[in-house]
Design a protein around this ligand. Structure first.
Ligand SMILES: Cc1cc2nc3c(=O)[nH]c(=O)nc-3n(C[C@H](O)[C@H](O)[C@H](O)COP(=O)(O)OP(=O)(O)OC[C@H]3O[C@@H](n4cnc5c(N)ncnc54)[C@H](O)[C@@H]3O)c2cc1C
Ligand code: SF4
Length: 328
């Protein structure tokens, strides 16, 4: 049985207290919410914080409301179950509710949170293994080693962004509020991520993710399609989020396509989405966007299935995601 390494846990009840504790813990600290990502990682010694700061008792992190201008405001500590079952989310942002429902299992959704999902560690076949397995290959650059087994001559880690909500939040142009010792800042969800499997967040370690703000879908529609081996539960090996706004005649006025699990960050492909603008989403108008998105999807050999098949599937799933966005 895998055991958690020794650590202390605290339960701050305010944002200020949580940040102060995280600052004082320094490199030995980590925030935790549901723990469905952090605790398995600790058991495998991928992450080894000695001071864990549990953020679930902070009231601001449990907000879930729609503000006067129609923005969905989701506290980072809202559980996936609560989020995906809330009628305001299922009616107003069905693609988000759907993406949340595709995450892990009902038991894990009961404790896993929206914030924890957006900050999920990147994944790789050579990293998501027990300590002894990783030791047997002399570890890898992401933890305890110095070689990347996916691309041995590469100076960087290519571990894969594997959150189901992240591509949808980016496609919906959501913003995230981060609180630190110097106050709060709000940035686009797309700016939360780096294309680097190790330093995959732009968030500073002591910054607390407080909430996510998602604009209303006015005159727009969105969808999420996920590829995984097991239908019951599995991390995405490909996720496609699509968003498009339409005029009264059904012509696309703006569009976004975001690919998950094909890089270390949710990868927007504006080159592909841009060709949709000015046309409808009729079948023959999708071809060029589908071709371009498939070309820009560059999966690596560090998750499930073969690279070639996943690349082919990128085009298939982009088409399906766009068909779902089509009005009517
Ligand atoms: C068997 C299994 C299957 C899974 N399948 C999927 C899947 O299909 N898709 C998917 O997307 N995920 C999957 N997951 C991962 C995980 O369950 C979800 O991503 C979940 O939403 C993580 O939320 P959490 O609250 O449990 O995160 P935690 O483990 O609590 O935290 C995750 C990370 O975020 C940080 N963090 C958490 N909250 C904050 C905050 N407010 N501010 C700053 N930092 C914070 C933590 O320090 C940690 O680094 C799976 C996990 C397991 C064990
Ligand atoms: S991509 Fe390379 S460095 Fe990163 S986790 Fe995988 S093997 Fe390790």
């Amino acid at each position: 049985m895998l055991r958690l390494p020794p650590h202390e846990t605290s339960f701050p009840t305010s944002i200020r207290q949580a940040i102060a504790e995280r600052v004082s813990a320094g490199a030995a600290g980590a925030y935790v919410a549901g723990g469905t990502d952090l605790y398995p990682n600790m058991k495998r010694r991928q992450q080894e914080p000695r001071r864990v700061i549990d953020v679930r008792r902070i009231p601001e992190l449990n907000r879930l409301e729609v503000s006067a201008d129609g923005t969905l405001v989701v506290g980072a500590g809202v559980t996936l179950t609560r989020f995906m079952r809330d009628a305001r989310v299922t009616n107003g942002w069905p693609a988000l509710a759907h993406a949340a429902s595709e995450i892990s299992t009902p038991l894990l959704q009961n404790v896993g949170t929206v914030g924890g999902n957006l900050l999920l560690d990147t994944r790789c076949n050579y990293y998501d293994q027990g300590y002894e397995w990783r030791k047997a290959i002399n570890f890898c650059m992401k933890k305890d080693g110095d070689t990347c087994w996916v691309a041995p001559s590469s100076p960087r880690c290519w571990a894969v962004q594997s959150s189901d909500l992240a591509p949808v939040m980016v496609a919906l142009d959501a913003r995230v509020a981060l609180a630190g010792p110097d106050g709060e800042r709000t940035i686009p969800a797309s700016a939360l991520y780096h294309d680097d499997g190790m330093a995959f967040l732009t968030k500073r370690p002591e910054e607390l993710l407080v909430r996510v703000e998602v604009p209303a879908l006015v005159g727009a529609r969105a969808s999420y399609r996920k590829l995984r081996r097991r239908g019951a539960f599995d991390f995405p090996v490909l996720g496609v989020a699509a968003w498009a706004a339409f005029d009264a005649a059904g012509t696309v006025t703006a569009a976004r396509i975001v690919l998950g699990a094909v890089g270390s960050y949710p990868k927007s492909v504006p080159e592909a989405a841009g060709v949709l603008v000015g046309g409808t989403l009729a079948d023959d108008h999708l071809d060029e966007a589908v071709r371009l998105a498939g070309k820009l999807a560059k999966p690596l050999d560090n998750t499930d299935f073969t690279i070639g098949w996943r690349k082919e599937m990128a085009s298939v799933f982009v088409r399906r995601a766009l068909e779902e966005v089509r009005p009517g």
